[in-house]
Write a protein that binds this ligand. Structure first.
Ligand code: AP5
Length: 214
């Protein structure tokens, strides 16, 4: 099964995509994580995109489209995948259709996770992630089961994202409204858009997504 998780910054796309990977083996394809890995490695791509990401703006479509086109063809995606953070613009949504058609792959569901803006600000300001595997936590809502140890990989190193600073968060919300929200009608018209209340607790959101996927 191939799905897209859509939603504003902090809505829980990454949290839910990781759960789908653990429970159903659907590979999480998170463009934000791929780009952060490129910046951490100091690659040419990473150097090119770091300032754009830190300011909360979008990386150019051609860079992102090439990244995903290559990734969905890899063997670990054969069991299905969850697109987390892609597509984010209308040209990206169109390019996704082309690349899926070329590989004779389908898109089963597009799930929009809706969350109030005040809650998003709270989530992003309290977020921290595992420095090794990227698992996402929150200072109040989602702490590691063992204090200071990542639930997923056991690492003891955690980081805060530069784009979770208040100025960058404001820019990310604006970018979402202006550039990403316009892709919703694209999927609504095709009858594959489903909406989940992302204000519920993480486990309840996961149960709702499971109900949709069947
Ligand atoms: P990206 O990494 O994709 O960031 P984002 O879309 O802004 O989403 P986030 O990762 O911030 O949030 P999330 O929805 O995954 O929430 P999470 O599960 O972490 O992109 C970063 C940047 O990369 C972009 O700004 C852009 O520059 C670039 N980029 C990436 N993709 C691109 C593309 N396609 N085109 C162009 N540029 C691109 O949860 C957040 C917090 O809330 C966590 O602490 C979590 O524990 C907590 N939480 C989650 N769910 C709940 C819940 N139900 N209740 C309470 N707390 C919860």
């Amino acid at each position: 099964m191939n799905i897209i998780l859509l939603g504003p910054p902090g809505s829980g796309k990454g949290t839910q995509a990781k759960r789908l990977e653990q429970r159903r083996g659907m590979r999480q394809l998170a463009t934000g994580d791929m780009l952060r890995a490129a910046t951490a490695s100091g690659s040419e791509l990473g150097l090119r995109v770091k300032a754009i990401m830190d300011s909360g703006q979008l990386v150019p479509d051609d860079v992102i489209i090439a990244m995903i086109a290559q990734r969905i063809g890899e063997p670990d995606c054969r069991n299905g995948f969850t697109l987390d953070g892609f597509p984010r613009t209308v040209p990206q949504a169109q390019a996704l259709d082309d690349m899926l058609a070329r590989r004779e792959l389908g898109l089963d569901h597009v799930i929009l996770i809706e969350v109030d803006e005040a809650a998003l600000i709270d989530r992003l300001s309290g977020r921290f992630s595992c420095a090794k595997c990227g698992a996402s936590y929150h200072e109040r809502h989602h702490r590691p089961r063992i204090e200071g140890v990542c639930d997923i990989c056991g690492s003891r190193e955690f980081v805060h994202r530069p784009d979770d600073r208040p100025e960058a968060v404001t820019a990310r919300f604006e970018v979402y409204r202006r550039q990403t929200a316009p892709i919703l009608p694209y999927y609504r018209e095709r009858g594959i858009l489903r909406v989940v209340d992302g204000m519920m607790a993480i486990d309840e959101v996961a149960r709702e997504i499971d109900r949709i996927l069947g």
